[in-house]
Design a protein around this ligand. Structure first.
Ligand code: PGA
Length: 252
């Protein structure tokens, strides 16, 4: 495959600073000889501490969200300026927990994405359908809407800083994984859509991660699929052993 694999760990609302530092330290040591692109996204409170550990290593530092405004009277929000200040390189946007628990819509996610791009970040844009949407045959349409709306106003020149993560909501944290075939079919659909929006070269280059109960046991078979270029890992990213096993999957 011409695209590099990209394995990202989303730590969600887990870990104190000491725990985050401990995990990051282990990952830096164990992935020093890894051959893919890696990222970890701790909570905001641990970003600065983890930044010191991953700086200059092959592990990128990610944030799990950002505010849609640059700065100002926005109690409880965290700005792109503050994220840049602590060394964040990538921002995860549109995660299903943000969409469905915190009611972020496509327009808000798009606003955040444009702001993050303006400030030089890489973005992992998460998309994915709910179980009822899948069961009623709407999985592709939902992903298409989330991508078209999420990328509105993004020029082709910036597409190399966009990663898409396909995460079927019914597979997140549930232990249910999409079959590699089902996941690959949506990934192919997404790649084709990027081709329609940005041309064939962009479609070939864009990294599309899969997320939703990725574990050491299923990583290699997911990654073996033509259109799956990596993983966005939640639960299994919380322990060095399981994240490293996924990050060092053996291509089959
Ligand atoms: P999971 O989470 O690996 O625990 O299913 C994935 C995600 O939410 O990014």
């Amino acid at each position: 495959m011409s695209r590099d694999y990209y394995i990202a760990g989303n730590w969600k609302m887990h870990k104190t600073r000491a725990e985050a530092v401990d995990l990051a330290t282990k990952l830096v040591a164990e992935l020093a000889d890894g051959s893919h692109k890696y990222l970890i996204a701790p909570s905001f409170t641990s970003l600065e501490a983890v930044a010191l550990i991953v700086k200059g290593t092959r592990i990128r530092l990610g944030a799990q969200n950002c505010a849609s405004e640059e700065q100002g009277a926005h109690t409880g929000e965290v700005s792109v300026l503050q994220l840049k200040d602590v060394g964040v390189q990538t921002i995860i946007l549109g995660h299903s927990e943000r969409r469905h628990i915190y009611k972020e819509d496509d327009a808000l996610i798009n606003k955040k994405l444009l702001l993050a791009l303006k400030h030089g970040f890489e973005i992992i844009l998460c998309v994915g359908e709910l179980l009822e949407e899948r069961e009623s045959g709407k999985a592709e349409a939902v992903c298409e809407r989330q991508i078209v709306e999420g990328l509105k106003g993004v020029p082709a020149a910036d597409l190399d800083r966009i990663v898409i993560a396909y995460e079927p909501v019914w597979a997140i944290g549930t232990g249910k994984t999409a079959t590699p075939e089902d996941a690959d079919a949506i990934h192919a659909y997404i790649r084709n859509l990027i081709g329609k929006l940005y041309g064939n070269e962009a479609a070939k280059k864009i990294i599309i991660q899969y997320g939703g109960s990725v574990k050491p046991e299923n990583a290699a078979e997911l990654m073996a699929k033509e259109n799956i270029d990596g993983a966005l890992v939640g639960g299994a990213a919380l322990k060095a052993e399981s994240f490293v096993a996924i990050a060092k999957f053996k291509a089959s």
